[in-house]
Design a protein around this ligand. Structure first.
Ligand SMILES: Cc1ncc(COP(=O)(O)O)c(C=O)c1O
Length: 291
């Protein structure tokens, strides 16, 4: 059976799934998206992703093409049809197809596309010695709280990381503070053992995974501070790690070629990674789905 995509109401073989050349997502990045991990046949943190999707659409005044129950049903159906046990689902909603004009078109229906992927995208098992990140200047717009498909700055950042042999790029604002990773949230465990990550305002995307991990950490008595941290503080920290739906929780052991702590994955990040993996494996599978 060919891999299927969902495009505006139809399940279509992935290889022959296309959108219109005047789709506003294509021309203006006038679109939002979500990536949801699938673990043992069930979506991980689905309510958080749906809530953020609702928020992103609302902030851009894009009318949802479907109600949430129908959307969720189709997401489950695509995962089932593609027999994804462990992987991820990508969902994109654009303002729709209209003759090219910057302002919002009237009476245009929003457009929706969904695709799935098998592991290894989700979750990437952290390499035993952690991962390296490089720092890059923050080049993005001022509404990073919206999960928009306007990702050119992240494309450049990820390419720079790849060329440096690093796993991720950490973007740094003009004052020297880390905002987040190109596709993940950035964390440190500071000298006092406190978990630190930037406050979720408009300067970063509020990570669904990071939020769940913060909950797991708090439940284990760890202190969490939502504040800015500099690259220098990260290098001087006990540990660093990153979180996202596709990587879960990954220890960061090098920043710009310099070791973090003793240069090895720290106990807090390692334990949180294990806890999250366990939590991800305990999510409700979709109705009728036997992995
Ligand atoms: C810029 C950015 N920050 C943070 C994240 C992590 O968010 P989540 O944990 O919801 O995947 C992502 C995920 O793609 C991202 O693109």
């Amino acid at each position: 059976m060919p891999r299927l995509a969902y495009v505006n109401g139809r399940f279509i073989p992935h290889a022959s799934a296309f959108v219109h050349i005047e789709d506003r997502g294509y021309q203006f990045a006038d679109a939002v998206y979500e990536v949801v991990a699938v673990q043992d046949g069930a979506f991980v943190d689905l309510p958080g992703h749906l809530e953020r999707l609702r928020y992103s659409l609302g902030e851009l005044r894009i009318r949802p093409p479907l109600g949430l129950p129908a959307l969720t049903l189709i997401m489950h159906d695509l995962v089932r049809r593609n027999r994804i046990r462990d992987g991820s689902l990508y969902l994109q909603i654009t303002r729709g197809v209209a003759p090219r004009d910057f302002k919002f078109p009237t009476a245009t229906k929003s457009a929706i596309v969904m695709t799935t992927r098998r592991r290894p995208t989700a979750p990437v098992r952290p390499p035993a010695d952690g991962v390296a990140v490089v720092t890059v200047p923050e080049l993005r717009w001022a509404r990073r709280d919206i999960k928009s498909t306007s990702l050119l700055a992240q494309v450049l950042a990820k390419q720079q990381a790849a060329e440096a042999g690093a796993f991720e790029a950490w973007m740094v604002d003009p004052d020297g503070f880390v905002t987040e990773g190109a596709s993940s949230n950035a964390w440190i465990v500071d000298r006092n053992g406190v978990l630190v990550t930037r406050q979720a305002d408009r300067s970063i995307l509020k990570g669904v995974t990071g939020n769940a991990i913060a909950g797991l950490a708090a439940g284990r008595g760890l202190e969490i501070e939502r504040r800015k941290f500099s690259v220098a503080e990260a290098l001087n920290a006990r540990e660093a790690f990153l979180t996202s739906a596709t990587t879960f929780c990954v220890p960061v052991t090098r920043i710009d070629l310099q070791p973090v702590g003793d240069g090895r994955p720290g106990p807090v990040a390692t334990a949180l990674g294990r806890h999250y993996l366990d939590y991800a494996g305990r999510q409700e599978p979709p109705f009728g789905w036997a992995p």
